[in-house]
Design a protein around this ligand. Structure first.
Ligand code: FES
Length: 178
């Protein structure tokens, strides 16, 4: 595999006046979270979780603030945040449709499930609808191989899913209070 390099030297970081790590958030992390770790660096994951939980995703400005707060380099923060699939580095829709793409689901019709979601929402994997309602992603095994194919819509697991059920599941999510 060859590395694909990205020229990020000239990338502009979108900034807002209000910090993502507010003074209150810093005080909470300082007193409640950091003491649980031997080093400040080790508290990087909970700091990322905090921003994602409060903001829905982790903007570059927030990563710079975390780097400064923990006295580590921005590169270390970005390396970690981009390693874990759980962290969102771009805005996501109000609802997330996550189709399992691992082997049991793949054998049981996952490609048709992903296609049905693509077609119904008019987006590809990794994209968000223009109205900001839905993001489509694929994940590895959801632990429901015996009832493959499986998908998650927000926190709800759907099992033995047929392509014909996708429109109904998505419409139900759209009208839910999530
Ligand atoms: S392979 Fe899809 S749930 Fe395990």
């Amino acid at each position: 595999m060859s590395w694909i390099t990205k020229n990020s030297a000239n990338q502009r970081v979108e900034r807002r006046a209000q910090p993502y790590l507010s003074p209150e958030a810093k005080a909470h992390l300082e007193h409640e979270v950091l003491p649980r770790y031997e080093t400040k660096h080790a508290a990087l994951l909970p700091c990322l979780h905090h921003v994602q939980h409060t903001n829905g995703w982790i903007p570059h400005q927030a990563m710079l603030e975390i780097a400064e707060f923990l006295a580590i380099t921005p590169a270390e923060v970005i390396d970690t945040a981009s390693f874990y699939e759980e962290y969102w580095l771009k805005p996501k829709g109000k609802h997330v449709v996550a189709v399992c793409r691992s082997i049991a689901c793949e054998f049981c019709g996952q490609p048709e499930i992903t296609d049905a979601v693509r077609e119904h929402l008019g987006i590809d994997v990794g994209e968000t609808t223009d109205d900001g309602e839905f993001t489509l992603i694929e994940l590895e095994c959801l632990g429901s191989c015996g009832t493959a194919p499986a998908l998650l819509i927000d926190e709800t697991l759907h099992e033995n899913v047929a392509p014909g059920a996708i429109a109904g599941l998505i419409n139900a999510a759209r009208s839910s209070a999530h």
